[in-house]
Design a binder for this molecule. Sequence first.
Ligand code: UD1
Length: 381
Amino acid sequence: MVLTSLPRNPLSPETDRMLVLHVVGARPNFMKVAPVYRALTNRGVAQLLVHTGQHYDANMSEVFFQQLGIPQPDENLAVGSGSHAQQTAVIMTRIEPVIVQSQPDIVLVYGDVNSTVAAALVCAKLQVPIAHVEAGLRSFDRTMPEEVNRLLTDQLSDLLFTPSEDANQNLLREGIAPEKIDFVGNVMIDTVVRLLPQAIQTRSLDLPQPYGLLTLHRPSNVDDPATLQPILTTLLEFSREIDILFPVHPRTRQRLQQSGFNQLGGKLHLLDPLPYLEFLGMLHGALFVVTDSGGIQEETTFLGVPCLTVRENTERPITVSAGTNIIVGRDMDRLAGGIRRILGGQTKIGQTPNLWDGMAAERIAYTLVTRYRPVAAASAN
Ligand code: UD1
């Protein structure tokens, strides 16, 4: 790999210092930044952490910082909720002066949320190098806001850290120069590897046995009652046979309240959003998972737990080709058939994808230090 082709930050006058600025904003970012921050700290790299405030409820944000051992953000932009345009625009407006003032050598952005693309766009205009962690994933479905965020962020990035080989292929097809692409593995799995023993240890003894786990938050599933209702009705039906635990995302909670589904009854248990350790412990012990999340498709593949994904596509195809994931779409017969087979003892056996080994952040830190602190790299590694 060519390690000398990236532009230096023209705003940074020093040549012997290295400052990495991380931008995070939403729940799925936090488990990704934690191992990267830690790996760079271990190499003595100066870092700044900016939280955009896209997710602001304590149980969507603060508790993750505590459990994952992420330091308090140096800046919190407190952008809150809004339309996509509003949220993205406010993040851009508020992060620009932070970048200008702090003059980082490189900015790290994570995943595919609005905070990711907003920060990348600001950095590109300021000519500050950008590294995208979890680059190259594609659902090929541009009706998903995250797909737009992924495409744009990758085009703007100087360094693209990919979690799987399919992501490399996607980037090459889109004309990204090969020397910008670094296949490092899955940083979210780094966090699972580190915290799984603790998560299992702290798992509540009061959990029913066995149980299924449900999460839903995609606008395409929860915003229209005509889509949400059949999913819940299907799960409610199965909850006569097995307990189903349902930690409810704030967006979904609002929709449930608006459409009067708040009291679901039966053994479909509505819970508040869970802290990381509690959720990971619950995921590990589940008989099956029904979800529309991206990250949970990967975590279940790593844990070997059967996952039924209620979406028409996935940007994480390796969880289907190698892992335990089955895409059931919004076809309730397929969802019901999938659960029925699992209850009957027929489960999909998967394998752990290449480089989902708990060391992805170490590879990222190595590349960053090698490229951006060339003089010190030898002593740091
Ligand atoms: C965002 C990400 C999505 C990610 C998800 C994980 C984008 C485009 N979407 O979706 O990729 O999978 O986070 O959670 O960035 N809300 C609260 N408290 C909070 C956060 C949100 O009440 O702490 C409510 C707000 O009313 C908001 C709604 O939830 O309107 C949705 O939040 P938003 O950040 O817009 O998107 P998510 O659906 O969470």
